[in-house]
Design a protein around this ligand. Structure first.
Ligand code: SF4
Length: 362
């Protein structure tokens, strides 16, 4: 099982080799205007993304699927997925956004009513506030529990797998409740649904995910192949991104406020939280000047890379100055927290209007 959540120092290269994932860096020169996350290696791997890239370059139809499980607050780690969706929306992709309320019920016991509320106030509101246009004709948002076609497709998918395969992938034990067993098959259907006749028929689909989601992708690709004769499905593609480390240096978690900056936080609080982040700074200023900072272990630097700096030159300057010991962590943090405050002012300015739009989407 892949469990990159366990550590912030994941060996992504090893994962690429072990699981047969291809490197984005090998095809980066073929991608027109790659997004910030692709250029900087945050999106590091893929399965068959070259096919999607051809579709983009030829201006041909394709879809992007990314699910949201309405179980908690959305934080800046989740923003990464929205940034990717924006990039695809600019390429005129069809967006399919399943809301995994059935999974939230299965895994966390969250009621369907509560899941709807979280979806509107946390997810859809922030997706819009971050710049996605969810009112476009080629955007499809649905709740798993309300989509009849999804349930039919999930049933068709379940005929192409068996308990042993699911047990091998997810480690199910005989005492696991059956909702847990059904949930991955709903996810398989979520990925395949843009290809059914009601959504325009077979087409290429790409799923941007964290590496921990690869077991779902492999299961879905396997089932898609088995359903290709019956339903004409094309095997979906995927991309894999790194995780944003939590403020404390561990995983960023919706349920641990000391690790995360939530998107509904006010700008001042977001800015203050940056100042609590673990840095790659040395024990003393003298040591920092002599040895330089450990930039690749620094959560503040990660924030610049993922979210705060678009300008590659400025990013490179920070890296250099950190490594050569001329940048002090205090000054660096102050700069990051200023940029974070600006980013959050921008988000919070848009949230009220975004919430009104979100209410009418599901
Ligand atoms: Fe991190 Fe900045 Fe300190 Fe370097 S100087 S370790 S980038 S906070």
């Amino acid at each position: 099982m892949i469990d990159p959540w366990a550590s912030s120092s994941v060996d992504y290269d090893k994962l690429v080799n072990q699981f047969g994932i291809q490197k984005i860096s090998d095809m980066i020169n073929d991608i027109k205007n790659p997004g910030r996350l692709m250029k900087r290696g945050v999106i590091f791997g893929h399965r068959d993304f070259d096919i999607i890239n051809k579709k983009i370059n030829n201006n041909e139809e394709f879809a992007v699927v990314t699910g949201m499980m309405p179980s908690g607050q959305m934080h800046i780690g989740h923003k990464m997925v929205v940034d990717q969706l924006k990039w695809y929306q600019d390429k005129n992709a069809m967006l399919s956004l399943p809301i995994a309320d059935m999974e939230a019920y299965a895994a966390r016991g969250i009621s369907f009513e509560k899941a709807r509320e979280i979806t509107i106030n946390e997810y859809l509101t922030n997706y819009i506030a971050l710049g996605l246009d969810l009112e476009k004709d080629n955007v499809n948002i649905y709740l798993q529990s309300e989509n009849k076609e999804l349930q039919k497709l999930s049933f068709q998918a379940s005929r192409k797998t068996n308990f042993n395969q699911l047990k091998a992938i997810y480690g199910f034990t005989p005492s696991k409740n059956m909702a847990h067993v059904q949930a991955p098959l709903m996810q398989v259907a979520d990925i395949l649904i843009p290809q059914i006749e009601e959504y325009g028929g077979p087409k290429n689909v790409v799923v941007p995910v964290g590496i921990d989601q690869d077991p779902h992708i492999r299961l879905t690709r396997d089932i898609a192949q088995k359903l290709s004769e019956e339903l004409g499905f094309i095997t979906p593609s995927s991309t894999y991104h790194r995780f944003l480390t939590g403020l404390s240096g561990d995983k960023m978690s919706s349920s641990k406020p000391s690790t995360a900056i939530y998107l509904n936080e006010d700008p001042k609080t977001a800015s203050k939280k940056v100042k609590t982040a673990k840095t790659g700074g040395r024990e003393s200023l003298k040591e920092q000047q002599e040895l330089g900072g450990e930039v690749d272990k620094c959560v503040v630097y990660e924030m610049f890379v993922y979210h705060l700096l678009d300008d590659d030159k400025k990013l490179e300057e920070i890296r250099e100055q950190c490594l050569n010991g001329t940048l002090r962590c205090g000054d660096c943090k102050a700069h990051a927290s200023e940029l974070m405050e600006e980013m959050f002012e921008n988000i919070s300015d848009k949230q009220t209007e975004a919430r009104e739009i979100a209410k009418n989407l599901i």
